[in-house]
Design a protein around this ligand. Structure first.
Ligand SMILES: NC(=O)c1ccc[n+]([C@@H]2O[C@H](COP(=O)([O-])OP(=O)(O)OC[C@H]3O[C@@H](n4cnc5c(N)ncnc54)[C@H](O)[C@@H]3O)[C@@H](O)[C@H]2O)c1
Length: 264
């Protein structure tokens, strides 16, 4: 049973965040550190990961960092072994790296398809495997992947990205079922629209940016920091009975049916 007064705290725990150099990964690393975890910041952008760890340390938190390409299965395995050697155990793993090539399906090239699937789906798979093996051996832990509301609702140009985001959910559910008996929890967060470098090109187009604000129940975009709460929740004992779940942190995007508000 979680201690209700400290169930969101992560003191004495180690969290690894892949994608920690930017956007939601950076906010996740900062949120986990502020909740007491020692955070290992990993990213293909090594200097960016180190900058994230520096920022955490400058605020009195604990962090270290290394460069990691999640598309490289052997490198991901090695990273988990290295972090285990350095810190003993990894209690929580969060992974965010993804790419979106916005093109109509009929225009997608095989190279486009491979690029999106390789990072979004295979990258997630590699982290699930390495984290799952580590946590199975340690008999516990929490893994959090980033899906998207695009897993359930699409628009022109999003088919392949959406397919990877839906695929991640089924992988997460499968692993949650397989590792549940060992006390390992596996969940997804599905954001709506979040202001990060990934979505910066949309912000540059006022009509597009505003349309996305109007499309969700809160009538605005999320800040990256607003994803830190869901991450800390899923990483901590506050979610001790939550596994195989998809937490929609989408401002109500998927709750709204259509673009018309009836006059009631
Ligand atoms: N921003 C949004 O509106 C939004 C909405 C729904 C879902 N999401 C999902 O949230 C996640 C994070 O998105 P974001 O907006 O923070 O993206 P971002 O582009 O700001 O950050 C992605 C990070 O991943 C790193 N990265 C890229 N390739 C990598 C690799 N091969 N190995 C390791 N690191 C790599 C990048 O260097 C970067 O630091 C993604 O999975 C995205 O699909 C974002």
């Amino acid at each position: 049973m979680p201690d209700l007064s400290s169930m969101f705290r992560l003191d004495g725990r180690v969290a690894l965040v892949a994608g920690a150099a930017s956007g939601i990964g950076l906010a996740s690393a900062e949120g986990l550190a502020a909740s007491g975890a020692l955070v290992v910041c990993a990213d293909i952008n090594g200097p960016g990961a180190e900058k994230a760890a520096d920022g955490i340390r400058s605020r009195g938190g604990q962090a270290d960092s290394f460069a990691l390409d999640v598309t490289d299965a052997a490198a991901v395995d090695q990273a988990f072994r290295d972090v285990e050697k350095r810190h003993g155990r990894i209690h929580a793993v969060v992974t965010t790296p993804a790419v979106n090539i916005r093109k109509r399906l009929l225009d997608y090239t095989s190279a486009d398809f491979d690029k999106v699937v390789r990072l979004n789906l295979a990258g997630g798979f590699h982290v699930l495997q390495a984290a799952g093996r580590h946590m199975l051996a340690k008999k516990g832990g929490s893994i959090v992947l980033f899906s998207s509301m695009r897993a359930v609702t699409v628009e022109p140009g999003q088919s392949i990205y959406a397919a990877t985001k839906a695929g991640l959910i089924q992988m997460v559910r499968g692993l949650a079922v397989e590792l549940g008996p060992a006390g390992v929890r596996v969940n997804c967060i599905a954001p709506g629209v979040v202001e990060t470098p990934l979505t910066a090109p949309i912000k540059d187009k006022p009509e597009w940016y505003q349309a996305y604000s109007n499309r969700n129940a809160l009538n605005r975009w999320a800040k990256a920091e607003e994803m830190a709460g869901p991450v800390v929740f899923l990483a901590s004992d506050a979610s001790s009975y939550v596994t195989g779940a998809v937490l929609f942190a989408d401002g109500g995007w998927t709750a709204i049916d259509g673009r018309f508000a009836p006059p009631v």
